[in-house]
Design a protein around this ligand. Structure first.
Ligand SMILES: Cc1ncc(C[n+]2csc(CCOP(=O)(O)OP(=O)(O)O)c2C)c(N)n1
Ligand SMILES: [Mg+2]
Length: 628
C-alpha cells in the first residue's frame, strides 16, 4: 500500500485551506459549478498577537478563495457574521478570528447571541502558547489552580462545539466535527476553535485528500411513524387549531409548506420574532405577531385555541406570555431539536418543519378546522391588517407632538414602492422590536431580521452589515434606538469601506425608553434610564448629534424632527450611493397599545414605594394565569 499523498502546511494554513474548499449547493445554477458556492463567505478578522503571524499569514495566502474583512470591534464582527448566516437561512456562514485576551473575550457576547438564536458562526480566537515557554504572555489570564485554562475557556458554555487545537494533526478530527455542528439543523450554533499561537505556526504533513472540495449537505429528516400517528390523532380531534411559526420554518425553508398546510386545513398562523416573514403579511390566515409583542388577533386566538401547533420555535417567554397565553390548548410540537420538542409537555414530533408539515397534511387528508374558527380567524386577521394601516398610516398634518415608533415604521415602509418585497429590516433591542413585530409588513421570507433571542443592544448596525453582505441587492434598513446606536456603531465605517450600503434610522428618545417604561410598570421611579433621570455633572447630558457622528464615520446623514421631514430624508437615503443615516426625535412614553400580553418580570415583595406594592399585587394576580 502506498502512503497517502501529503502536503506540508502550518496548522493555520491547513485550517484556512479546509474552510476555503467547502461548498454548499444553492438553487442558483448561475452561481458556479453546479450551483455550488463557498460555504464560508469570508473571515472577519482583527489581528493582534495570537493570530497575526500564524493565522494572518494563512489568510493572506488564501485571500482569493476566502476573503478577509477587517472591522472595528470583535463583537461587532461576529454580529455581522451571525447576521450573514441568518440572512442565508443558515446555509452560508462566516468565520471570525481575534487575538488572544481582550480580542477573544470581546467575542463572548456574540457567541452567546449565536447560541441562543441557534445561528452558525465559526469563532477562531487566538490562544496562549501550548509550550507555556514565554508565560505569562501579554493579555494572558493566569489561573492559579489550572495551568490549562485560558480566557478562551469562557467560550465553553457559549459554544455548541468547543475545541482547543494543541497539535496540528488534531484538525483532521476537529474540523469535520465543527462543520457538522455548524450545518446541523438541531445542533446549530457557535463553534469555537481556540488556536494557541505557537500551534498555528507548526507544520505537519496533512493528507492532500483532506482539502479536496466538499459540498456540505443539509439533512432534513421527516417524522417517525409513531410520532406522526400521535400528532394526527391529536389534530383530527381539534376544531380550533393555531399554528405558531418559529424561526425553524424559515431555516427549514418551509414557508410554502406552511402556506399550503394553512390553506388546505383552514388553520390560522401566528409568528414569533424569529419566524416573522414565514407567511406573507397579507395572507388571509396571517394573524401576525404572537405573544408579549403580539397582535390582538394572534393573542385572542391563542387563548381560544384547542391545539397549538408549534413549528420550529423555542417557545421563549415572549412567545408564551411567560406561560400564560395558551389558555386550554394542547401543544403539538414540530421541531428538529429533541429538547425543544419536549417543552410544554407537548405531543412531540421530531421533524424538519417542511417534511413534518407535508407529512401531517397528507395524513390529515381533508380534515379542516371548524368553519366558525376559520371565519373568526379571517375576520380577526383582516381587522388587524386594517389596524396596522391605521396605526402606521400617513397623518394629514404633522402633529406638534413628537412622533412615536409606529409612525416612523409607517414612514420607512412608505418610502419605497415595494418595501414589503425589497426591504430587509434589521433590529434587536429597545422599543423597536415590539413595534416592528406588530407593525412591519413583509411578503418575503427573511424580509424581517430581528435578533430577539438575545436581544442584544449593538447588534443592529453590525448585523445590518452582515445582512447586506448576504443580500447585496436588497435595501437593508437598520432601525435602532439612541441607546443601541451609542453602544455599537463603528461598523458604519466598515459599511462605507466595503461599499455595503445601509439605511440607518435612529429613533432618538434620549435614553433607554423601553426599560424606563418597564421600570414604571413595575412600580419603580424613573431612575437611571432616560438621560434626564441620571446623575449628571456640570455640563448635563450632551445633546448628541447623531448625523454629525455618522458623517464622521464616512456616512451621509441628517437629523429630522417630523414625519414629513423623515419621508423627504428617506427619499434621499434611498437614492444615496452609500450608507445613509437619518435620526428622528421620538416620544419615549408612547408605544402601540393594541395587542400584547403579560410578561413575567419579578416585582419586589417588600418596598417603601406604594407603587411597587401595587405592582407586586398585580404581579401575584397575573401569575395565577400561568400554566406550570
Ligand atoms: C447589551 C445589552 N445591554 C442591556 C440590555 C437591556 N436593554 C434592553 S433595551 C434597553 C434600552 C434600549 O435603548 P434604546 O436603544 O435607546 O431604545 P429605546 O428603548 O429607547 O427605544 C436596554 C438597556 C440589552 N438588551 N442589551
Ligand atoms: Mg432610546
Amino acid at each position: 500500500m502506498s502512503a497517502a499523498k501529503t502536503i506540508r502546511l502550518t496548522m493555520a494554513q491547513a485550517l484556512v485551506r479546509y474552510l476555503a474548499a467547502l461548498r454548499v449547493d444553492t438553487a442558483d445554477a448561475s452561481a458556479g459549478d453546479n450551483g455550488a458556492v463557498p460555504l464560508f463567505g469570508g473571515v472577519f478578522s482583527i489581528f493582534g498577537h495570537g493570530n497575526v503571524a500564524g493565522l494572518g499569514e494563512a489568510l493572506f495566502q488564501y485571500r482569493e478563495q476566502l476573503p478577509t474583512y477587517r472591522a472595528h470591534n470583535e463583537q461587532a464582527m461576529a454580529h455581522a457574521a451571525i447576521a450573514y448566516a441568518k440572512s442565508h437561512m443558515r446555509r452560508r456562514m462566516m468565520a471570525v478570528t481575534s487575538s488572544i485576551g481582550p480580542g477573544a473575550t470581546n467575542l463572548l457576547t456574540a457567541a452567546a447571541l449565536a447560541h441562543v438564536n441557534r445561528l452558525p458562526v465559526l469563532l477562531l480566537p487566538g490562544d496562549i502558547f501550548v509550550s507555556r515557554r514565554p508565560d505569562p504572555v501579554l493579555q494572558q489570564v493566569e489561573n492559579f489552580q489550572d495551568g490549562g485554562v485560558s480566557a478562551n475557556d469562557a467560550f465553553k458554555p457559549l459554544s455548541r462545539y468547543f475545541d482547543r487545537i494543541y497539535y496540528p494533526e488534531q484538525l483532521l478530527t476537529a474540523l469535520p466535527r465543527a462543520i457538522q455542528v455548524l450545518t446541523d439543523a438541531a445542533q446549530c450554533g457557535p463553534v469555537t476553535l481556540a488556536l494557541p499561537q505557537d500551534v498555528q505556526t507548526m507544520a505537519y504533513d496533512y493528507p492532500v485528500d483532506f482539502f479536496a472540495p466538499k459540498t456540505v449537505k443539509f439533512r432534513a429528516q421527516g417524522p417517525a411513524v409513531d410520532e406522526l400517528q400521535a400528532a394526527l390523532a391529536l389534530l383530527k380531534n381539534s376544531r380550533q387549531p393555531l399554528i405558531i411559526a418559529g424561526g425553524g420554518v424559515l431555516y427549514g425553508e418551509a414557508s410554502d409548506a406552511l402556506r399550503c398546510f394553512a390553506e388546505k386545513h383552514a388553520v390560522p398562523v401566528a409568528e414569533t420574532q424569529a419566524g416573522k416573514s414565514a407567511l406573507a403579511w397579507r395572507h388571509p390566515l396571517q394573524l401576525g405577531a404572537l405573544g408579549v409583542t403580539g397582535s390582538p388577533a394572534a393573542n385572542a386566538l391563542a387563548q381560544k385555541a384547542d391545539v397549538v401547533i408549534a413549528v420550529g420555535t423555542r417557545l421563549q417567554d415572549f412567545t408564551t406570555g411567560s406561560h400564560s397565553l395558551f389558555g386550554q390548548a394542547q401543544l403539538l410540537s414540530i421541531n428538529v431539536n429533541p429538547v425543544d420538542v419536549l417543552k410544554w409537555q407537548a405531543t412531540p414530533m421530531l421533524s424538519d418543519a417542511r417534511l413534518g408539515l407535508a407529512a401531517l397534511s397528507q395524513g390529515l387528508q381533508d380534515w379542516r378546522a371548524s368553519a366558525a374558527w376559520h371565519a373568526l380567524a379571517l375576520e380577526q386577521a383582516n381587522s388587524w391588517r386594517a389596524s396596522v394601516d391605521e396605526i402606521t398610516g400617513k397623518r394629514e398634518i404633522d402633529a406638534p407632538a413628537l412622533p412615536y415608533d409606529g409612525e416612523v415604521i409607517g414612514a420607512v415602509q412608505r418610502s419605497s414602492i415595494d418595501s414589503t418585497v425589497h426591504d430587509i429590516v434589521v433590529c434587536a433591542a429597545g422599543t423597536l422590536p415590539a413595534e416592528l413585530h406588530k407593525l412591519w409588513r413583509t411578503s418575503t421570507p427573511g424580509g424581517y431580521h430581528v435578533e430577539y433571542g438575545y436581544s442584544c443592544m449593538g447588534y443592529e448596525i453590525a448585523g445590518g452589515l452582515g445582512v447586506k453582505m448576504a443580500q447585496p441587492d436588497r435595501d437593508v434598513i437598520v432601525m435602532v434606538g439612541d441607546g443601541s446606536y451609542l453602544m455599537m456603531n463603528s461598523e458604519i465605517a466598515t459599511s462605507v469601506m466595503l461599499d455595503k450600503k445601509l439605511i440607518i434610522v435612529v429613533l432618538d428618545n434620549r435614553g433607554y425608553g423601553c426599560i424606563n417604561r418597564l421600570q414604571q410598570a413595575c412600580g419603580g421611579a424613573p431612575f437611571n434610564n432616560m438621560l434626564e433621570d441620571c446623575l449628571q455633572g456640570r455640563h448635563g447630558a450632551p445633546a448628541i448629534d447623531f448625523a454629525a457622528h455618522a458623517k464622521s464615520l464616512g456616512a451621509l446623514a441628517e437629523n429630522v424632527k417630523t414625519i414629513a421631514q423623515l419621508e423627504a430624508a428617506l427619499q434621499r437615503a434611498r437614492a444615496a450611493d452609500r450608507t445613509y443615516l437619518v435620526c428622528i426625535d421620538t416620544d419615549p412614553a408612547r408605544s402601540t397599545e393594541e395587542g400584547g400580553c403579560w410578561w413575567e418580570v419579578a416585582v419586589p415583595e417588600v418596598s417603601q414605594r406604594q407603587q411597587v406594592q401595587t405592582a407586586r399585587a398585580e404581579y401575584e394576580q397575573a401569575r395565577r394565569s400561568q400554566k406550570v
